[in-house]
Ligand binder design. Structure first.
Ligand SMILES: Cc1cc2nc3c(=O)[nH]c(=O)nc-3n(C[C@H](O)[C@H](O)[C@H](O)COP(=O)(O)OP(=O)(O)OC[C@H]3O[C@@H](n4cnc5c(N)ncnc54)[C@H](O)[C@@H]3O)c2cc1C
Length: 437
């Protein structure tokens, strides 16, 4: 019996669906959709439940594709790349490890790999690297089941408007059943992590970003300190020098996760300590360098629970945005223990992608799940919106359809495709209504 009560990873969204369905085949999925339509129950798919917004929440039928996973086919090209078709419920973690065994890799990833392939692309999940787009840009074809149980394929030359809409489709157009990914030959990443200052990092930002394959940094609020991360792509057969087990346990598990959880519990009771603690934490981070399989460098584990908001802004605005956030924090009574994460991505052509039409910088702000995030997130949101920022679809924000329409040139095209794909609004929820009207 499938558990009906559901909550997301962060624990800030809950649902009690009328029915939870876990189809074991695509045929079974179509019967589930027919049944839901006959009972006038709305349907939402859920992946790994890693979105912070109610985007996967339903009180109707919740579809879990956990049994529809795995690689279905690999079509290799002469240059070592390949088109890899996977079932939509495949988790990125199992996919990337399996791809490595096949001599392949995803060209870029976010900072965790728990998500399902369909869930990750549906909200525009991205990593960093100004020459690389988000995960949805790696998709070359999609198969969706429509509200009436039909399978429809779309790609760059088949149902092209649906393809433009469905790569970041918010689960609003149908159930994604299969995804074909443009994979590249397996590669390693040399990671160089170094403490620096915000002042120095912002001074040379555009040239640093252009000169490093995957550049990002974490800024410790209330201080001028940052940790920079530079990942350089190397051939897949390069000699690997992974972090030793002790060092990686110490840095990633103990320092970043376990100790950080303890610190957050303590400062939740005594927030006035945060600025001093941030200065100490930032100083405690030492430089480190290692080389490992790409997917192991891109993604790490996150055990400290938090809520997050992330905005995409034009690259040219990111320095101003960070300075404004700094100024706001100085004036406010809010103290923030979580570093602010800054990443970059290439512009793309996906209608609801946060990087649509422009090279993009991302600013992600976090708050410990036991603390109130609203005042901080509202202030950062206002700053980002003043430069045409777009919110990540899987992370907290306050925008509704009126504001979203202003920032997406193809917003009404998306709604038109939705009308044709799902005229009876089988794939609906209160939250989607708020986003897409
Ligand atoms: C700790 C943590 C770290 C994160 N790191 C990053 C990061 O580095 N970069 C980034 O951009 N984001 C990041 N995110 C956000 C996350 O990648 C997105 O929210 C992503 O959508 C979650 O994928 P999921 O499989 O959990 O999907 P869910 O959250 O379960 O669902 C997301 C959406 O996908 C839809 N969906 C799921 N399956 C299907 C399907 N088969 N067909 C149609 N629609 C479907 C759902 O209906 C919903 O609309 C992070 C989140 C957490 C909690």
């Amino acid at each position: 019996m499938v558990e009906r009560s559901w909550r997301n990873w962060a624990g800030n969204q809950h649902a009690l669906p009328a029915h939870v369905a876990q189809p074991s085949s695509v045929d079974e999925l179509s019967a589930i959709l027919w049944d839901a339509a006959a009972r006038s129950l709305p349907v939402r798919c859920v992946g790994a439940g890693h979105s912070f917004t109610p985007i996967a929440v339903t009180d109707g039928v919740q579809i879990v594709l956990d049994t529809l996973r795995g690689i279905e086919s690999v079509e290799r090209n002469h240059d070592g790349s390949a088109q890899v078709t996977v079932l939509a419920g495949t988790r990125l973690r199992e996919l990337t490890a399996r791809l490595w065994d096949l001599g392949l890799a995803m060209t870029n990833l976010g900072d965790i790999d728990e998500q399902s392939v369909a869930g990750a692309i549906s909200t525009g999940t991205h990593g960093t690297g100004v020459r690389f787009g988000g995960i949805a840009t790696q998709v070359s074809a999609l198969e969706l089941m429509t509200a009436d149980g039909q399978l429809l394929r779309c790609s760059g030359n088949e149902n092209t408007e649906l393809f433009d809409a469905a790569r970041v489709g918010l689960g609003a157009l149908g159930v994604i059943t299969r995804v074909t990914l443009n994979c590249v030959a397996a590669f390693a990443l040399q990671a160089v992590e170094m403490p620096s200052t915000l002042t120095a990092t912002l001074r040379g930002l555009e040239s640093t970003v252009a000169g490093v394959d995957h550049f990002e940094f974490y800024w410790f609020p209330h201080t001028d300190r940052v940790l920079t991360k530079r990942n350089t792509r190397l051939l897949g057969d390069s000699v690997l020098k992974p972090l030793g087990k002790v060092r990686s346990y110490l840095d990633d598990e103990l320092l970043s996760n376990t100790v950080f959880e303890g610190l957050n519990r303590a400062v939740t009771r005594m927030p006035a300590l945060i600025p001093r603690l941030n200065a100490v934490s930032a100083r405690a981070l030492s430089a480190r360098e290692y080389t490992d399989r790409s997917y192991r460098v891109f993604a790490s584990s996150r055990t400290v629970k938090f809520v997050e908001m992330e905005y995409a802004v034009p690259v040219s605005e990111i320095a101003w945005v960070l300075r404004e956030v700094d100024r706001w924090l100085e004036r406010s009574m809010i103290s923030v223990a979580f570093p602010v994460e800054v990443r970059f991505a290439a512009g793309d052509d996906i209608w609801l992608s946060t990087a649509y039409g422009r090279p993009t910088a991302y600013i992600a702000v976090h708050q410990y799940h036991r603390r109130d995030h609203r005042e901080y997130f509202d202030a950062v949101e206002a700053i980002c919106r003043s430069v045409g920022g777009r919110p990540h679809w899987g992370k907290l924000h306050s925008l509704g359809s009126a504001e979203l329409r202003e920032t997406y040139e193809h917003f009404d095209d998306f709604l038109r495709i939705r009308d044709s794909m799902d005229p009876t609004r089988l794939f609906d929820s209160d939250y989607l209504d708020h986003l897409l009207s």
